[in-house]
Design a protein around this ligand. Structure first.
Ligand code: HEM
Length: 377
């Protein structure tokens, strides 16, 4: 695995540098930040878009938003939802977007609720985005250009492991096995067989409950580094629910996802012909209801393996489903603060702005705002 900080130090040493505008600044040392920040064009983040007025089902695979194959350099990553939105032009097709573009796209293309759209997008932006240029890569590898010799590709954006992306995914392997973001046919075949066994051929919440449990058991038994603590704990369950809501045609909206349509989204990043988005905005409360149905048949507490397979231990310090606000406070105080220990200037301002946006949907959940970098003036 490439150590990003070491690579950056190497390529910065005496070479002209073009740090990608979407490259994440998370985890860079003060020295690295001092070299990179002056090369970036600062953008002021605009507040997140509000809810849509029209949240009815409607055709979203239209001529204007038709699927196109990838062009050279287009970035895709571990999220089939965002990959699809980029391949249909709801997001910039190159896979690099502002958070506001992502919120707009998930609302317009899939009818995702404004609260969860903001929550997930700004969580990702805070740990995987470039806060100064206000850009986030929805996946993949980007290169440092202008280096001599040419620098190898670096991991960035949503592919970054263990801050947002995590283990026990539905159709992507654990980072431990080398590729945490590409569609994995073997895992998809397992999904097919579970859908046959528990869903009469369709993926639904009953299948999701069994398959989520199976993916966790599989990681416990095969991945010595398996980690299943917050925030991954939450996102894993939420992502098990998403396909039953967002990948099912809104004229039916019965929570039953056929395997053909599933493959279209998960692998080909494409909506079926004539696809309608779901028939009402699905936000935090709708997804939480689905999570309950996935979790309860096989309740697993957050935890991790201890450096060897089959050594899963519960971590009582992790947020779990009994304390949603702890997900927020731990993410901000530990994850974000850990990646940015001493930000100053434009970076500090951008962090505070994005933390404020991230908190918006939490206010409605009764959580108190926290300020890891002090109250902005
Ligand atoms: C709102 C902004 C969103 C962000 C920032 C985001 C980000 C991510 C990330 C980082 C992952 C990888 C997690 C992992 O498996 O390790 C992921 C997975 C996933 N996302 Fe998204 N996502 C967003 C919206 C959506 C939407 C709108 C949908 C559905 C239409 C969706 C469906 C999924 C699914 C089904 C997975 C699981 C993939 C798998 O495990 O095979 N996401 N997302």
């Amino acid at each position: 695995m490439i150590c990003f900080a070491a690579l950056l130090t190497f390529v910065l040493a005496g070479h002209a540098l073009a740090f990608p505008a979407h490259g994440s600044l998370a985890g860079l040392s003060a020295d690295e930040l001092a070299r990179v920040l002056p090369t970036l064009k600062r953008a002021i983040p605009s507040p997140p878009p509000g809810p849509m007025n029209d949240t009815s089902a409607k055709a979203v695979n239209t001529p204007v938003n038709s699927w196109l194959p990838l062009a050279d350099g287009d970035i895709r990553g571990p999220c089939p939802g965002l990959n699809t939105l980029a391949s249909h032009g709801y997001l910039p097709r190159n896979g690099i977007a502002t958070p506001a573009q992502i919120v707009d796209a998930v609302q317009e293309g899939f009818n995702m609720g404004n609260d969860i759209a903001i929550f997930v997008t700004y969580a990702a932006m805070l740990v995987d985005g470039n806060l100064v240029t206000n850009l986030l890569s929805i996946g993949g590898k980007s290169s440092l250009t202008g280096t001599d010799p040419p620098a190898p590709a670096i991991v960035g954006g949503l592919n970054t492991h263990a801050v947002f992306e995590g283990d026990a995914s539905t159709t992507r392997a654990d980072a431990f096995f080398g590729d945490n973001h590409s569609f994995n046919e073997s895992l998809f075949q397992e999904l097919v067989s579970f859908s046959n066994k528990f869903g009469a051929g369709n993926y639904n919440l009953s299948v999701a409950a069994q398959f989520r449990f199976q993916r966790i058991q599989d990681s416990i038994a095969t991945n010595p580094t398996f980690s299943f603590v917050s925030p991954r704990y939450y996102t894993a369950y939420a992502e098990s629910v998403f396909p039953t809501v967002f990948f099912v045609d809104g004229r039916v909206a019965n929570g039953q996802l056929s395997m053909d349509v599933a493959r279209g989204f998960f692998q080909n990043m494409s909506m079926p012909p004539g696809f309608f988005r779901t028939n009402k905005s699905a936000g935090l409360s709708a997804i939480a209801t689905g999570i309950g149905q996935v979790f309860l048949p096989h309740p697993i507490e957050p935890g991790s393996n201890q450096g060897a397979v089959n050594t899963y231990e519960v971590n009582p310090n992790s947020a779990d489903f009994t304390n949603f606000c702890k997900l927020y406070t731990d993410f901000v105080n530990n994850t974000v603060k850990g990646l940015y220990p001493n930000p100053t200037g434009d970076l500090l301002n951008a962090l505070n702005a994005n933390l404020g946006f991230f908190f918006q949907p939490l206010a409605g959940q009764g959580c108190a705002q926290v300020f890891p970098f002090g109250q902005p003036s």
